[in-house]
Design a protein around this ligand. Structure first.
Ligand code: PA5
Length: 418
């Protein structure tokens, strides 16, 4: 379960918010039903389309094969092709699966070298995930890794190569010619909305994540957000609040947490909102805060600097880990911590920060019962749906990203690509 609260006093804006929520109810209805004009981007709206029983069985079977035959799995992909899997795998770090090694998300030679070094002495599979197999980073990494596999596995290499791409693409052709296993990258889902498809689920399953629980979390959230009316729909309320703050001049949203396990989830969230919303000279710039560490760096700006941002906290209610601080005979002036658990101390810092920040800027909180696969599923679906609504309210297309092409033109020209 995820609870949504507004922590700041917004009583002077209650009427405007209410009006906004009443005026745009048709947008919620459109999003709940799916829209004809976006039909080539909306298969994620119903988790049964890309994460139904048939897809889950194939994913689980392949994951079992990989776990039997390998210590490591190289996820080659960038942006929407790796962020969701990485967010869950690196947060939950399951003990029963393969090590996941990331490739195709950088062009820096040091990182490429380090990635290859990690494979030394390990048995591994690779999965090149790319919707548009023109993307430079995964394309370059896939070539390097295929050649490395030839050296390691000879004519058995193709048995350990998977590609996740669109049927008919150049990646698909390569699979046909070389006999690599092929998984479909859903044609009707853009990269950043693919957490609940082959793109996100196969690497997660290989890592040992309970993908059925994840999909169930997303599906339960889908049922809730598609059923709830405007007055009680938390995704709609969050989307309206974001737009209200935007209209009031706030240009930055900071997603913050006192749980470092959200580190890679932040990358996923930032991509989702930046690429979906930042266009036509509009958009709220998504940034993240990793507390308590960053209270000692950016905390000053948040509390006292330019009032450009509002803040959204992620809080996990039930901590699974506990470390109690014992008394110590050496005087260090920290005796007020005697007998206290780090979980309790961290929570005290969280509540204090929410209180202090909400006096200066608009603050909202999402509270999760716990951090597990089910709740990650809930978060993915919630933010995808809320982002879609927020883009509609802002008047931008949630599913394209024309702006990312500009630098590519010059880069490809410099590299001699025809
Ligand atoms: O959301 C998107 O569509 C993009 O950010 C892509 O995920 C990213 O550019 C990677 O694209 P591809 O899978 O084609 O390599």
């Amino acid at each position: 379960m995820i609870r949504f609260d507004v922590n700041s006093d917004l009583s002077d804006q209650e009427t405007t918010l209410k009006q906004m929520m009443q005026e745009h109810t048709e947008m919620l209805a459109e999003a709940q039903a799916g829209e004809e004009k976006y039909k080539d981007s909306q298969d994620w709206l119903d988790t049964d389309i890309e994460a139904g029983e048939e897809q889950l069985l194939r994913i689980e079977r392949k994951a079992q094969e990989i776990r039997r035959n390998a210590d490591a799995f190289v996820l080659i992909g960038i942006g929407g092709s790796n962020n969701a899997a990485r967010a869950v795998v690196e947060a939950l770090k399951p003990l029963n699966g393969c090590e996941i090694i990331y490739a195709g998300n950088t062009l820096h030679p040091h990182e490429v070298e380090k990635m290859l070094q990690k494979l030394a002495g390990k048995d591994f599979y690779i999965d090149c995930i790319a919707k548009n197999f023109e993307t430079l980073e995964p394309g370059a990494a896939f070539r390097v890794l295929r050649q490395y596999m030839d050296e390691r596995y000879g004519d058995k290499a193709p048995e350990r190569i998977i590609a996740t791409g669109t049927p008919g693409s150049t990646l698909w052709q390569l699979c046909q010619e070389q006999g690599y296993d092929f998984f479909e990258f859903p044609v009707n889902v853009g990269g950043r909305y693919t957490a609940m498809t082959n793109v996100g689920l196969l690497p997660m399953a290989v890592a040992g994540v309970d993908v059925r629980a994840l999909v169930k979390g997303a599906h339960d959230m889908q049922l809730q957000l598609h059923k709830e009316p405007a007055e009680t729909n938390s995704a709609y309320r969050y989307a309206c609040l974001r737009n209200l703050f935007y209209q009031n001049g706030y240009r930055v949203e900071m997603l913050s947490s006192f749980d470092p396990r959200f580190h890679y989830f932040y990358l996923w969230w930032r991509q989702l909102f930046a690429e979906s919303e930042g266009k036509d000279n509009k958009g709220i710039f998504p940034v993240t805060g990793e507390f308590t560490e960053e209270l000692h760096s950016i905390g000053q700006f948040i509390q006292d600097g330019s009032p450009i941002m509002f803040e959204t906290f992620l809080d996990v209610l039930n901590e699974q880990d506990h470390v109690v601080i014992k008394p110590d005979s050496r005087k260090d002036y920290f005796d007020y911590l005697n007998g206290k658990d780090f979980a309790e101390i961290n929570k005290a810092a969280f509540h204090a920060t929410v209180k202090a920040h909400s006096e200066k800027l608009p603050v909202m909180t999402f509270t999760l019962d716990k951090l597990d696969a089910y709740h990650f599923g809930q978060l993915f679906y919630f933010f995808q749906f809320a982002c879609y609504l927020s883009c509609k309210l802002m008047g931008v297309n949630p599913f394209d990203q024309p702006g990312v092409e500009a630098y590519k033109h010059w880069m490809f020209a410099a590299l001699g690509k025809l």
